[in-house]
Design a protein around this ligand. Structure first.
Ligand SMILES: Cc1cc2nc3c(=O)[nH]c(=O)nc-3n(C[C@H](O)[C@H](O)[C@H](O)COP(=O)(O)OP(=O)(O)OC[C@H]3O[C@@H](n4cnc5c(N)ncnc54)[C@H](O)[C@@H]3O)c2cc1C
Length: 350
């Protein structure tokens, strides 16, 4: 069998990269062992242009959001599924100073397209604690990542481009002009294997810094029309079901829910919301984060037909589409990969 590219992993990175490569006229074979990682399956799926405790525009926001707001709706059409939810994020202010800061900042040309409204008094006071008002963000929402992965698997399966099972890098063979894996010949093998890369022989050296995260699924009678986000996010999935997250743990890197994380989430949730709710269940996964919080993309320093598409950390939903396009153009048009995300910045570690 002959394909242009083999992809290892069908999380968000593998799914979205496969879509870009297929749309560019390339053939792919994606290997995925569904038992190996939960990150993409359980993620909150938020895309949020203004993030962090200091509420700053997220890194590279103009490029990332300029592309993703167009890309996801098109992907929905192509996969014939419904997984994009373009709804505002509401972030209550914690002090009059924060309100003042945003009154000024929202007029700033750099921020104005991401701000729908700055409320100088309580706007959602029946749902959350927002005595000092809050900010309503634009170009935000969430992707139901579970549905996206399912639709992508179906699409790839119909094209006979998906193999469910473990990809064993030890079976790779490097021949003159091509690379082969268990009888499949290709130009390159692209590793979209998330935090599992650390256990893998070719890219185990890239500086990933995995972070475990946990979420709660709750049920409420309250009708939420925005995503509330302060300390935790509360994403309305429909029918009163909400996703609440998330936690950050660098030490314990299994994918099992813990009572400690549940307590942290409940505490933060109770500080934010005023409505009653019931906890349905809990989810856990490990994010493929990196030390400098930027993705790691490009060719292996020694085995040039091996490529890393990894390190999407806490923001895979916003980062992956833009960089899938960039990697596709690198492979098919010989265009450059941005130096800030290029694997070359870590070659000294190899
Ligand atoms: C609790 C939590 C909340 C999150 N919330 C958000 C959010 O709100 N917004 C956001 O943007 N991001 C969020 N994230 C982060 C997001 O999940 C990641 O950025 C993204 O999913 C990474 O995707 P990936 O495809 O690179 O990795 P993964 O999702 O880990 O996918 C890797 C895939 O490779 C497969 N694989 C690995 N090795 C092999 C092998 N040898 N053979 C076959 N298959 C293999 C795995 O089974 C898996 O399917 C969250 C993560 C967690 C844990």
């Amino acid at each position: 069998m002959l394909v242009d590219y083999i992809l290892v992993g069908q999380g968000l990175a593998g799914s979205i990269l496969a879509n870009h490569l297929i749309n560019a006229g390339c053939s792919v074979m994606v290997f995925d062992d569904p038992l190996l990682s939960n990150s993409s399956k359980i993620a909150g799926g938020l895309y949020n242009p203004v993030t962090g405790r200091k509420m700053a525009k997220t890194w590279n926001a103009d490029n990332l959001f300029g592309y993703l707001t167009d890309y996801y709706p098109k992907l929905q059409q192509q996969l014939e599924a419904d997984f994009v939810n373009d709804i505002p994020i509401y972030r209550p202010f914690i002090s009059p100073e924060e309100l003042n800061e945003w009154m000024g900042k929202s007029a700033d040309i750099d921020y104005s397209s991401y701000v729908q409204a700055v409320h100088n008094s309580s706007a959602y006071g029946n749902q959350v604690s927002d005595d000092f008002g809050g900010i309503l963000l634009n170009q935000s929402g969430f992707v139901d990542t579970g549905k996206l992965l399912e639709a992508s698997a179906k699409y790839l399966d119909e094209k006979e481009s998906l193999t469910k099972g473990y990809f064993n890098p030890a079976d790779l063979k490097f021949e003159e002009g091509y690379t082969s894996y268990q009888g499949i010949k290709c130009k390159s093998v692209i590793f979209c294997n998330g935090h599992k890369s650390l256990e893998e022989q070719y890219f185990g050296w890239i500086p990933l810094r995995p972070v475990k995260g946990e979420l709660l699924i709750i049920k409420t009678e309250e009708n939420l029309r925005v995503i509330h986000n302060r300390g935790v996010f509360v994403i309305p999935l429909g029918n009163g079901v909400c996703k609440v997250g998330s936690t950050y743990d660098h030490q314990n890197l299994d994918e099992k829910p813990t009572i400690e994380a549940k307590n942290v989430l409940v505490h933060k949730l109770n500080e934010l919301v005023k409505f009653p709710y019931e906890i349905e269940y809990q989810l856990a996964g490990v994010r493929p984060a990196t030390k400098d919080r930027k993705p790691i993309i490009g060719q292996h320093p020694e085995f040039k037909s091996l490529i890393s598409f990894n390190g999407f950390g806490t923001k895979g939903v916003s980062l992956i589409p833009y960089y899938a396009k960039q990697l596709t153009e690198f492979l098919t048009k010989n265009k450059d990969i941005d130096s800030e995300v290029n694997i070359e910045r870590f070659f000294s570690l190899y």
